[in-house]
Design a protein around this ligand. Structure first.
Ligand code: NAG
Ligand code: NAG
Ligand code: NAG
Ligand code: NAG
Length: 266
């Protein structure tokens, strides 16, 4: 006769292994741990969900004025095709953009002005805040595609890849935040999609990228991407959030950018 309890053993062992990885990491926000498994199988064993408290009033508005920008570059912002931004587009300390007219944006085009400079300062500070949050799980080497994750701060020592569908589950706490910290790049495949469930909001999702981000074609990215260097999007990818390159260019191609602004107070 099969003993069902044994089925759980490998999974329990994995959770213990994950716990071990974080034994020394500070986890002040962890309220309780639970695990999720999705129909797609083993990889989701790694998607142990940590339910965390919101980390203070600043968390829903980490980027301050920068979250009014659909795209904010440092050296330049370049666009190909029919991009539209439901917000502002800016560059600072660079002063020029190519491929835009006022018709591409509902907000303003801020070319090296004080508004763009302030937004870059806010974004630099927000990036440091995001990259220094204590991580609740180490996803180094895993692909974000196919994972179902609860609120948390997810760490990648080096690059992060994202091929497919990443589900973020807020467990009915609309103030829950999701932070992805990468040491180097973030690369998403064509048709990558972020799926938000149970109250998760794009304004509470942040990808803090240690070098540059490349977003593949025809994708739906819900959340802001703040890259230490450059961000390049590919044809047909839409973003609800801000694309912010702290020290290099943002390059766009036929995108719909919907900056979220700050999350409403819960
Ligand atoms: C995360 O995992 C990687 C690969 O196993 C390891 O090299 C790194 O030290 C871990 N980081 C932390 C903060 O535990
Ligand atoms: C993404 O995954 C969620 C379940 O986590 C599912 O409900 C949704 O249909 C998936 N979306 C796509 C486009 O596969
Ligand atoms: C993106 O979608 C367009 C229009 O549907 C299609 O022509 C193109 O091949 C797609 N690109 C990729 C890389 O899937
Ligand atoms: C993303 O932005 C579009 C407008 O471009 C809006 O219709 C949609 O509801 C937004 N989705 C989320 C999850 O915020």
């Amino acid at each position: 006769m099969r003993r069902p309890g044994l089925w759980l053993l490998p999974f329990a062992a994995l959770l213990l292994a994950l716990d071990g990885q974080f034994a020394s990491a500070a986890r002040p926000h962890v309220r309780s741990g639970r695990s999720t498994l999705s129909a797609s199988g083993a990889v989701n064993a790694a998607s142990r969900s940590l339910v965390i408290e919101t980390c203070g009033a600043g968390c829903s508005n980490v980027l301050l004025t920068a979250d009014n920008f659909g795209a904010l570059g440092a050296s330049t912002v370049t666009n190909n095709g029919a991009t539209y931004c439901y917000g502002s587009i800016g560059v600072s300390p660079g002063t020029s953009m190519t491929g835009f007219t006022a018709a591409n944006a509902e907000g303003s085009l801020d070319l090296g002005d004080t508004i763009a400079a302030k937004a870059q300062t806010d974004a630099h500070n927000g990036y440091v805040q995001l990259q220094t949050m204590p991580s609740s799980a180490n996803l180094t080497g895993l692909d974000l595609g196919g994972l179902i994750l609860g609120p948390g701060v997810y760490h990648f020592k080096v690059d992060a890849s994202f091929n497919g569908n990443l589900t973020l589950d807020a467990y009915h706490d609309s103030s829950a935040i999701f932070v992805f910290q990468t040491g180097t790049t973030l690369v998403t495949s064509a048709n990558a999609i972020v799926t938000l469930v149970n109250g998760a909001q794009a304004c509470n999702v942040y990808f803090a990228v240690g070098s540059s981000a490349t977003l593949g074609a025809n994708s739906t990215i819900l959340g802001s991407v703040v890259a230490y260097m450059a961000i390049t999007t590919t044809h047909g990818t839409n973003v609800n959030g801000s694309l912010i390159a702290l020290n290099a260019a943002v390059t766009l191609d036929t995108n719909i950018l919907t900056p979220t602004g700050a999350c409403a107070a819960p």
